[in-house]
Design a protein around this ligand. Structure first.
Ligand code: PRT
Ligand code: ZN
Length: 299
């Protein structure tokens, strides 16, 4: 019978901007979970992992308390809650990996007709935000005096309602600010999704599963930004060509049969390869250039 203590539990957002990519990450790790409608707890049949589908705001504390072993959340939520908890609870989780999705920034924005020169123009202004702790830390560092008005949603309409002079809210494309006649003036905090892990102790069996899971996340992340390149080149161009390969480590170089002056070069590139790089390789003498995606990687 399967040992229940050896299953890991991960909290991810039920529905919202983090959900799709969180599921995609699990799939890239070869972990298949099929949540049924309205089901908050589901398990994977092919990996000892259970999923808890919740609101993103609940994820840091579920992981801190050890109800879940891992979680995927934005650093905005993590930072806000850990600044808030500094006065009460200790934050009991760690970031194990930056995941590179749900990128956004917490920014200060003001009405377009506001006479703004630099952040000192905001002195004594009322700023509406859902992130009062991150904003308080920022203004303390900047030695700026502001009045913070905490709102839980629809922050962007606060200036129009006359309850604030400006806002501090998450921005990704800037379309919401534009639609509300606001201009972005300062970046307060840059955010992206992260994988967090509890600092509570794991049983020995769970430790093994957790390590396996983290290795798969790392492997899929590494593979994500990597390409495998194969090309032929004159031996004399070898050193130039190797310097052109982005993020390549120790390429394999093989002599081509029937042509002692030419070699085949194969390399794993840890960065994307753009058309410009291929054109430069061709100019340096490379031919038959093939770029292949890397699906999985284990180092
Ligand atoms: O229900 P639940 O509490 O789980 O979801 P939520 O409504 O709190 O969060 P959700 O799904 O909106 O966002 C989840 C996480 O995605 C956030 O905590 C961020 O880490 C990240 N993220 C990335 C964003 C954005 N981009 C974003 N653009 N979160 C919110 N926005 C909002 C922003 O508040 C503003 O209203 O989108 C609007 C601005 O977008 P642009 O593209 O018009 O600039
Ligand atoms: Zn939320």
């Amino acid at each position: 019978m399967e040992n229940r203590n050896a299953r890991i539990r991960i909290a991810i957002q039920k529905s919202g901007r983090l959900s799709e990519e969180s599921f995609r990450l699990l799939a890239a790790c070869g972990i298949y979970v099929k949540p049924r409608k309205e089901q908050l707890f589901c398990h994977s049949d092919n990996f000892p992992l259970d999923l808890l589908l919740v609101r993103d705001d609940d994820i840091p504390s579920l992981v801190s308390e050890g109800t879940c072993d891992f979680g995927i959340v934005g650093t905005n939520v993590l930072e806000e809650q850990s600044l808030q908890k500094k006065t009460s609870l200790k934050n009991d989780n760690e970031i194990v990996r930056y995941l590179g999705f749900a990128n956004c920034r917490l920014a200060l924005a003001i009405p377009k007709n506001f006479p703004y020169q630099d952040f000192r123009s905001l002195k004594n202004c009322r700023i509406a935000t859902s992130y009062p702790y991150i904003l308080a830390k920022y203004i303390k560092e900047k030695k700026l005096n502001l009045q913070i008005t905490t709102l839980t949603g629809s922050v962007e309409i606060a200036p129009r309602l006359g309850i604030a002079d400006g806002i501090c809210d998450l921005v990704s494309t800037g379309a919401t600010l534009e639609a509300n006649n606001l201009q972005e003036v300062e970046t307060v905090f840059k955010s992206q999704a992260v994988l967090i892990k509890t600092l509570k102790d794991f049983s020995k069996e769970k430790q093994g599963v957790a390590k396996l899971f983290q290795n798969r996340v790392e492997g899929s992340e590494l593979a994500n930004g990597s390409k495998y390149i194969m090309l032929n080149a004159p031996k004399s161009a070898l050193s130039t060509i190797v310097t052109l390969l982005p993020g390549a480590e120790r390429p394999t170089v093989m002599e081509l049969q029937g042509d002692a002056n030419k070699v085949a070069i194969h390399a794993l590139c840890r960065e994307n390869i753009f058309w410009e790089t291929m054109e430069q390789l061709k100019l340096a003498g490379a031919s038959s250039i093939l770029v292949l995606p890397v699906e999985k990687m284990m180092t």
